[in-house]
Structures are given as C-alpha cells and as structure tokens.
Ligand binder design. Structure first.
Ligand SMILES: Nc1ncnc2c1ncn2[C@@H]1O[C@H](COP(=O)(O)OP(=O)(O)OP(=O)(O)O)[C@@H](O)[C@H]1O
Length: 766
C-alpha cells in the first residue's frame, strides 16, 4: 500500500479508537456521578435513622441499620474508586491511545492478527481489545527482535508467532504525525528523537522505545538475582523503573507497590525518578536511600552522611580494616559470633530506677543464661523479658513499703486522688486497705518506664556488644589476610570506640551494628517485601548486600550498577560481583550487560569512555553533537570568567545546565564567585534539597544517577583529579551530560585525560 493510503487508513483507525475511548469516558463519568449520588443518599438515610436506645431490641435494630448502610457505602465507594481509576486511564489514553502496531500469525492460524500497543489496555466490548497494555505478554514481541519467527513468554509457557509487521506511530492531538515501519528492534529513528529531547528535573518513561536487552531485564521472572551491569547512561535506571511497572501488572492482585523497595543513591535521585511510575499509571514503590533505611532504626546514633563519607580521608590501615569489615567473610563471622553469644559474652546494662540500680546486669545475665543451652537468641531474649517483667511485678509489693511511697500517698491532692481512683468504688474496709490501693497505683505508675525499658530491650548493651565483636575479630578472621597487624587492629577499634562515645558510627559500622542487633533480638526481616531493587550497587559492599538479603528474605533482587562508577568503594567494587555470586543460587542468577550508552551524544560518550582505562566496550549511540571542550585558565578568576561565558552559551540553548564541583567546598567557593559576578545559580548542598529548573551547582557525590542537558565540570585540574582513584569519579560526572560538556581547569587539566585521543575534544588555553 502506498504510504499515503497507509496513513489515511491508520488515521481512520485512530479516530475509531478515539471515539470509543470518548464513549467509555462518558460511561465512566456517569458511573462516578451515580456512585456519588448514591453515597449522598445513603449518608442522608444514615442521618435519618431513628436512634432507638430505650430497649435492647431497639438498640439491635439501630445497630443493624447502621451496619447495612455502612456496607452499602463501602460498596459505592469501591465502585467510585474503580470508575475514577478507569477514567484516569482513559484520559491518559485519549492523549495517546497507542504507539505501535504489530501484525503476526499464530501457529496454525490462517490470517494474521493486528494488535495495537499503548500505555494501558482498552476494550470496547468484553475481550475485544482495541489497545493492549505494553506489559501484556503479546506486546513483548514488539520489543523482542526482528520480523519473522519470534517467541514470547506467557503465564502458560513460551509461544511462537510469525511477526509480519512492526509499525510505530507518533500521535499528537488525535492526529498521526509520523509512521515508521521497521524490521529492526525498535527503530533508531524514534529513539533518536526521544534522546534528542531536553532533559528536565524529572525522569521520563521509555515505554515506546525500550530496547531488546532492556526488555529482557524488564520481563525477567525466573531469577532470584538479576544483576544489571551497564555503562553510564545505558538505561539501567530507566529499564528498572519499567520493570517495577511491569511486575505490578504481571502479578496484579498479588503484588502491590508497597511490597517493592528501591534503594537509591541519594534523595535527589528519589525526587528525580518519582514521576515515572505515576506517568505509567502505577503507584510508586517504597523508595529510600540506604542511609535512611539504616538511620531510622538507630535514632540515637549519627551515621556518617554521604558528604562525610566522601570527604573522609583514609589511611592504609583504615582501608584494610574497611576491606575486612565489608567482606562477606565478616558477615559470616558476625553470624558465628552471635551464635556463640547463646553461651557467653553477652553484654547487658543495669536497669535503673530513681538513680539507683534496680535490676543489675549480673542479675540479667543470670536470667539470660538460665535457659536451656539450645535456646535460640530470640527465644532467650523473649524468655528474659518475661522473667524481668515477672520480677518487676514481684517488686511492686516491696516497693509499696518504701518511704517515698508513703510520703507520696500522704501528699496526694484531690485531683490526683480522683485520677487514681478513676471509676473504682472508694469504699474500703480499713485505712490500711485504702493506703495499699493507692500505694500500688503509685508504684505501678512509677514502674512504667522500667516496663518500657524491659520491653524495648534497653537492658541490652548493643554498643558494648558491637565493640566486643570488633575486639574479638582477630579470633574470627585472619587479620593478615587483610594486611593488618594486631596492633593496627586494636588502634582501629579504639578509634571506633571514641567515635561511639560521641554517638558517631561509620557507614560500614552501622550495617554490622544492625545485623548484630537483629541476630540478638531474633528478628526475621520483612517477609512481605517481594522485590528489592538496588541502584548504583557498586557503592554498596558485600556485607551490606548480604544484610539486605537477610532483611528481605523472601525478596527477589535486581541490582543495577556500573563498576566504573564506584565513587565510594573504589577498588573493592571489582570483588563485589565475585562475592555476590556466592550469595545466590547460580541457577537463579542472571547477569545482563548493557554496553550501549543512550544518554549522551556520540562525541561525549567517546570522550568519557576514554577517561576509563578499560572503557572500550562502551558503545556510543549514534547521535551527533559538539566535541567536548577543555578550557585551561591561568588563574581562578580567569577560570570563573570562562565558566560564565560557557554557561551563558549553554543557557541560551538548554533548560537544565549543571556545574559539577568535586567537593562541597569547591562548589560553595564557585557559587560565591558567581554570585559576586551577578550570575544566578542554585547550589545543591545536601541530598535533601530539590532539583530545580535552571542552572545548578552540585558536588560530585550528589550528581549520581542524574542527567543534564549540559554539564560544566568545575576545575578539573591536576590537583583536584590526580590519582587513579579519581578516574571513576571524573567519568561519572562527565557522563551526566546529554548534549554538551565542558571541563574547566585552573592551571593544567588533569592527567586523567592523557589517554583521551586529542581529536575527541577541543583544548582551549585562556
Ligand atoms: N530505550 C530507551 N529509550 C529512550 N531513552 C532511553 C532508553 N534507554 C535509556 N534512555 C535514556 O537514556 C538516559 C540514561 O538512562 P538511565 O539514567 O536509566 O541510565 P543509567 O544506566 O541508569 O545511567 P547512570 O549509570 O549513568 O546513572 C535517560 O535519559 C533515559 O531516558
């Protein structure tokens, strides 16, 4: 068929679908109206129910009427909600009913079928689908591959079809703007257009242009561990958000968004991605950073923040100690240590009352170890609690005889007496009985905090226990394997102890601390969580991941990372994969590599990949742009001037421009210098700030996962970025740029660019 005729025919089809959507919208609106009226009527009737409370049967009748009304109300509310959800879907479909069509022949069928694919399903009659949800099994064919024999997964097993047509549409305001017929996986033309767009403060869904390998990630159901290793900008985050949406659809009725947890690198990133799922018509999953996850459980401790972690300089001993503490071996050692606590060495705290020891730690220890040897730690804890409460109750009668209680009873005011008596009869056989009654009440009240302390495990000395674990570590693992001597280790533990006195704990320490606490208290973790996603997994260590697995014992894990972007864990990230592979059943582990980078222009991707020593595997998507610029200036002021000039140029062409400094101090210094020149920018100081439109200045460790139209790297000189340690950091920040990239340097630019071919960037000396 000629192109024009195809377009006309498709336009007619589109109009038909739009008409049906409009009709469905009217029906949904009517249902909403009816439900609303019904609710008003029922509320009116409820008000009219005659309250008859004079007789028992009257009361029963009244109660029954209320109950019946309530049931009717619930029913109407449900149908209202249902209709409102449906209407919201129809409104989304009305904007853009579908984006693709596939024609295929099933085995044995004589005629091909056509299916249109959109953001949600739509049928005009039962089982007559005008649009299929992009997550429906058949829609997978669209993302899978070329024309011809294609197989796709269904709940009852794989199916094969002969795909004869794959067509993409761009639709605007009810009109088909363009049609592409393609036999490639989702056509480059459409992807090129999607990638050429400007960035914004919110990430967008990639549903119309999901690539084949991404589709594989999205639809994986078999594996307990899905590890996605991909270059910067290869769509790991984008794919994984689509995966959440897909899982919610695939397991609808069995899986809700509250059973899905996503660990993100920082709060800014949370904010950046929080529109993707709602755009797809789904509720957001639980989103948090590891810091938030850990910190909310230990409100009394200050866990090292991202900025502190980034700024902490590490000597050799510290690095080695970290290597030991973050290893899977140490995770296992912590488990062994906890088991042994069932026999000895548990640390306790006195329970205090009025400034004196009320139950001594020795007494608690005696109770704790009085149970049978094969008691698990959790049972031992519960048993001890029970005994402590019994002991407390026992102490009530003795305490009632103390002087302070007598004095207290004598001095009770009338109001206090009223409260103590409450509704109880005030007739007592004797004064003594009355005294006892009041004394008991007073003691019970005074013991309330003790009861709470017992129930909240305040008699456990977790700080002491954690330090003890560290102290005995040389017996649990061989220090020499981590290049440590006994003296070095002891010094490290002393340093940790000092920190703990000031209520400070490192990012590594907190996980060990929590794991130990969970083992002692016999916590089993959150069994209701079914899927856990960890983005930027290269910044996690094996211990943390093992802990997450322990905390979410029934969850399947999807881990996304780029070992080249490890900015906290440095060289350790290489061993992460190795250690990880021992944690999951190899039969149920899948590793997917994404090598194509979609975010940046070809020029930017080529430049950034050569910052890495082994970046060759990274493949640029063929989208043209300007060469990155490197501008060296003799002085700080000169460098700020060149930055301002570049910034003004970028601001004319783009919406989102970011200036990325190495540390927070660098960023602050630049912010002030720009302010003095009257250049307005927003400085992002902490991860709790929001991303705003316009130009922002952001320190490197907060730029993770984000992207901007244009990026200016502030002062990438040879002092700021010199060691190989900083190679991955520089790669990470440069790869945030979609369309333009400039590096400025006060003095000579970093030697980390030495192996970037000279024709891949423009060097300017000012
Ligand atoms: N299939 C696709 N269709 C359209 N755009 C895509 C596709 N895949 C990725 N992108 C776009 O490429 C950019 C980078 O994607 P994303 O942020 O998910 O990459 P990433 O692998 O998580 O990157 P990084 O590790 O650098 O944070 C985003 O703008 C995303 O929308």
């Amino acid at each position: 068929m000629a192109e024009k005729a195809i377009k006309e025919q498709e336009q007619r089809h589109l109009e038909h679908v739009l008409t049906e959507i409009k009709k469905a919208k009217t029906r949904a609106e009517e249902r909403i109206k009816t439900a609303k009226n019904d609710i008003e009527d029922i509320n009116q009737q409820t008000n009219d129910i005659h309250l008859n409370t004079t007789t028992y049967s009257g009361m029963m009748d009244t109660a029954m009427s209320f109950r019946a009304q309530q049931q009717m109300l619930d029913e109407r509310h449900n149908s209202w909600q249902h209709a409102a959800d449906h209407l919201a879907t129809l409104q989304r479909l009305e904007q853009k009913p579908y984006f693709a069509r596939i024609d295929f022949k099933e085995k044995g069928a004589d005629k091909p079928e056509s299916v249109y694919i959109g953001l949600a399903s739509f049928s005009d009659q039962p089982d007559h689908f005008l649009v299929y949800d992009w997550r429906a099994p058949i829609s997978s064919v669209y993302y899978e591959g070329k024309l011809g024999q294609v197989s796709y997964e269904t709940p009852v097993g794989p199916q094969e079809v002969d795909l004869t047509l794959k067509r993409q549409f761009q639709i605007k305001d009810g009109t088909i703007v363009t049609i592409f017929d393609t036999d490639e996986q989702v056509g480059d033309q459409m992807l090129l257009e999607a990638l050429g767009n400007h960035s914004s403060t919110k990430m967008k869904s990639i549903v119309t242009t999901i690539q084949r390998t991404q589709n594989e990630i999205i639809r994986d159901t078999k594996d307990d561990l899905l590890f996605v290793q991909g270059a910067a900008g290869s769509g790991k985050t984008a794919a994984v958000l689509q995966r959440v949406a897909w899982l919610l659809y695939r397991y609808r009725g069995h899986l809700t968004s509250s059973q899905v947890v996503l660990f993100s690198p920082n709060q800014l990133f949370n904010d950046y991605i929080d529109q993707v799922l709602p755009e797809l018509g789904e509720h957001n999953m639980v989103q948090m950073t590891y810091f938030q996850f850990a910190n909310r459980r230990v409100p009394g401790l200050h866990v090292q923040t991202l900025a502190q972690r980034f700024a902490a300089s590490q000597d050799e001993t510290n690095k080695n100690a970290q290597r030991l503490l973050t290893s899977l071996r140490y995770f296992e050692a912590t488990g062994r240590y906890a088991k042994h606590l069932g026999h000895a060495n548990m640390r306790f705290r006195n329970i205090m009352f009025n400034g004196k020891v009320f139950i001594s730690k020795d007494k608690i220890r005696e109770i704790y170890y009085s149970f049978n040897n094969n008691y698990k730690l959790g049972n031992r804890l519960d048993g001890t609690k029970e005994e402590l409460i019994k002991y407390l109750n026992h102490r009530v009668s003795t305490e009632m005889r103390s002087k302070w209680v007598e004095e207290r009873v004598q001095s009770l005011s009338k109001e206090e007496l009223d409260t103590l008596f409450a509704n109880e009869p005030r007739e007592f056989e004797s004064d003594d009985k009355e005294f006892k009654f009041l004394a008991r009440k007073i003691v019970m009240q005074a013991f309330e905090p003790i009861k709470r302390a017992i129930n909240h495990n305040q008699w456990l000395n977790i700080n002491g226990q954690y330090l003890h674990l560290l102290r005995v570590t040389p017996k649990l693992v061989n220090l020499a394997d981590y290049g440590l001597t006994l003296d070095q280790w002891q010094a490290f533990v002393d340093q940790t102890k000092e920190g703990l006195k000031k209520r400070q704990i490192s990012a590594t320490g907190i996980t060990i601390y929590l794991y130990l606490y969970d083992l002692i208290t016999g916590k089993h973790g959150q069994r209701d969580i079914r899927y856990v996603f960890v983005d930027e997994v290269q910044d996690y260590d094996p211990y943390q991941l093992a802990y997450l697995k322990f905390r979410f014992p029934r969850a399947k894990f999807t881990l996304l990372g780029d070992l080249n972007q490890a900015i906290f864990t440095h060289e350790n990230s290489k061993s992460l994969l190795r250690q990880l592979s021992t944690m999951f059943d190899p039969e149920k582990t899948k590793v997917v590599q994404l090598t194509k980078s979609y975010r940046s222009t070809k020029q930017i991707t080529d430049f950034t990949k050569h910052i890495l020593l082994d970046g060759e595997a990274i493949e640029a998507f063929d989208r043209d742009g300007d060469l990155p610029q490197v501008i060296e200036s003799g002085t700080f002021d000169g460098s700020v001037d060149t930055l301002v000039a570049t910034l003004q140029k970028y601001q004319q062409e783009h919406d989102q421009v970011a200036i990325i400094g190495k540390t927070l101090e660098d960023s602050e210094q630049l912010f002030k210098a720009l302010e003095q020149r009257g250049v307005k920018t927003t400085l992002i100081r902490t991860e709790n700030q929001r991303l705003v439109k316009g130009t922002i200045i952001v320190p490197s460790f907060l730029a993770k996962g984000l992207e901007f139209d244009a990026v200016i790297v502030w002062n990438a000189n040879n002092q700021q970025y010199h060691g190989d340690d900083e190679r991955q950091l520089l790669y990470t920040i440069c790869s945030r740029a979609m369309h333009e990239l400039t590096l400025t340097a006060v003095g000579k630019v970093t030697p980390l660019l030495d192996q970037v071919p000279a024709n891949e960037y423009e060097l300017i000396n000012k």
